[in-house]
Design a protein around this ligand. Structure first.
Ligand code: PLP
Length: 445
């Protein structure tokens, strides 16, 4: 791929290649109605509904294996919290204006895996288990799914292996759920993966294979090894539609939460969402689900580290999975371990091409500043990757290009004053105490 051509031809890509913070507004963005037919061919509303129903069927199993989900009856769902103090702190600290009401969607605190991966990763493992159980004739769909935790079923699943490549959190979610079902699990981890994530997985009986290379390599090796074993299933973060579906269910759940909170999303009350992106699957699935529900009334922005803006480059160049940050002279090495994917998902960069509003990039040092601000203002701690989300609300009316996006899309000051903005916190609950303290005291740049 000829990166220089894009650097020379596009001033925003030049800024990105210079590793400076910026916003990229998506020139391929289209009104929802123009995307509807094509998108439904790939991932339909019925597909998302099917995924939602599957998670419902598994609720009794999840409840049985993970008592922490007792309160939610086996549903893995996170709170949506207004964060007015953080909103004020951000405005004061950065001299920006954040209109409307700022919320935190706390996937950082999701049960079981403590990150957004509890949506897609767990969903894909459950789907695989259901497929195997039904095919075997040992289980039928009319039974109570709690039975899948019985010893005979565990022994049955124990014949099979699940493998995944991960920077950490996907490995945690796949590893924990696969181990609960009885699967043998191998997690191929990139050099970015934090030590505590490897330790936690090993404590659950998961085999962790470490690579001194980056994420793409861990995935490629994992895929190769899994393909050689007919009893092994590979969860493919760079391609998986099932992962995407698990994430997309989040939109229906959010809609319910907003409705219960008396919040309407319509032409006069827009919704603006900021999602940290790594390979693109999690933010892509959530954003896709939201677009299916709210159409032109939701605006979805991704946020990425300046050191690894792979989804931005994949969509902006339309080179999709062929785009690699290294070709643009960017290291891909970032404190945001959950976002350290040098090349994006080909599937997600394609399906989001006409749906994504834009992408904000954020310097590593800012992640820790946001982390401290959130902790000081709301007493909530999330992991550095998650904090990328805050670059959105600060940047929306600060960057000229983002402001122009608002003007072009009828986001007038009056409408923005009525808006709900959501920073999607993607991980944090499982961070050990020692690492939490260290994060609060990390200063870069
Ligand atoms: C994985 C992850 C993301 C991004 O998800 P992708 O599917 O890789 O785009 C964001 N934040 C955290 C904490 C993550 O673990």
């Amino acid at each position: 791929m000829n990166a220089q051509k894009y650097i020379d031809g596009n001033p925003v890509i030049r800024t990105v290649a210079n590793k400076e913070e910026t916003v990229w507004i998506n020139p391929y963005f289209l009104p929802f109605a123009m995307t509807d037919a094509t998108c439904q061919l790939v991932v339909s509303d019925a597909d998302i509904e099917d995924a939602e129903k599957r998670l419902g069927r598994f609720a009794s199993f999840i409840r049985r294996c993970f008592p922490e989900t007792e309160e939610t009856n086996g549903l893995i769902e996170s709170p949506l919290k207004a964060i007015p103090s953080m909103q004020k702190k951000l405005e004061e600290t950065y001299g920006c204006e954040i209109p409307g009401r700022l919320f935190l969607k706390m996937d950082s605190h999701l049960a079981i895996a403590g990150s957004i991966k509890a949506r897609g990763g767990i969903y894909e493992v459950l789907k695989h288990a259901e497929d195997l159980a039904l095919e075997s004739g040992k289980f039928t769909m009319d039974e109570d799914y709690a039975r899948l935790a019985d010893e005979d079923m565990k022994a049955f699943f124990g014949q099979y292996t699940v493998q995944v490549g991960s920077t950490g959190n996907l490995g945690l979610s796949i590893g924990i759920m696969s181990a609960a079902l009885g699967f043998k699990v191998k997690v191929h981890m990139s050099a970015d993966a934090k030590q505590w994530k490897k330790d936690l997985l090993r404590s659950k009986g998961v085999e962790v294979i470490e690579y001194s290379d980056d994420y793409s390599r861990a995935v490629a090796e994992g895929r190769k090894l899994s393909d050689m074993d007919p009893m092994s299933y590979f969860v493919d973060d760079e391609k998986s539609v099932n992962l995407f579906l698990g994430y997309a269910v989040a939109a229906k759940r959010l809609h319910k939460q907003l409705t219960e909170a008396g919040i309407t999303v319509d032409e006069e009350h827009p919704l603006i969402v900021y999602l940290p992106a790594g390979v693109g699957g999690a933010p892509g699935g959530v954003a896709y689900g939201l677009k299916r529900i709210y159409k032109d009334n939701v605006h979805c922005f991704f946020t990425e580290p300046t050191m690894c803006p792979s989804v931005l480059l994949g969509v902006a160049t339309q080179e999709f999975e062929k785009a690699n940050v290294h070709d643009f002279g960017i290291s891909g090495v970032t404190e945001a371990d959950g976002l350290a994917c040098a090349s994006p998902s080909g599937f997600v960069t394609r399906i989001m091409t006409n749906l994504l509003s834009g992408d904000f990039t954020v310097a590593d040092g800012k992640l820790y500043d946001y982390l401290r601000l959130l902790y000081a203002s709301e007493q909530i701690q999330i992991e550095p990757s998650s904090c990328a989300a805050f670059s959105g609300p600060c940047g929306l009316l600060t960057y000229a290009d983002a402001k122009a996006y608002c003007e072009q899309h009828d986001l007038s000051p009056e409408k923005l004053a009525n808006s709900v903005q959501i920073a999607w916190a993607t991980g944090g609950r499982l961070v050990p105490e020692e690492a939490r303290k260290a994060y609060l005291n990390t200063y870069i740049g």
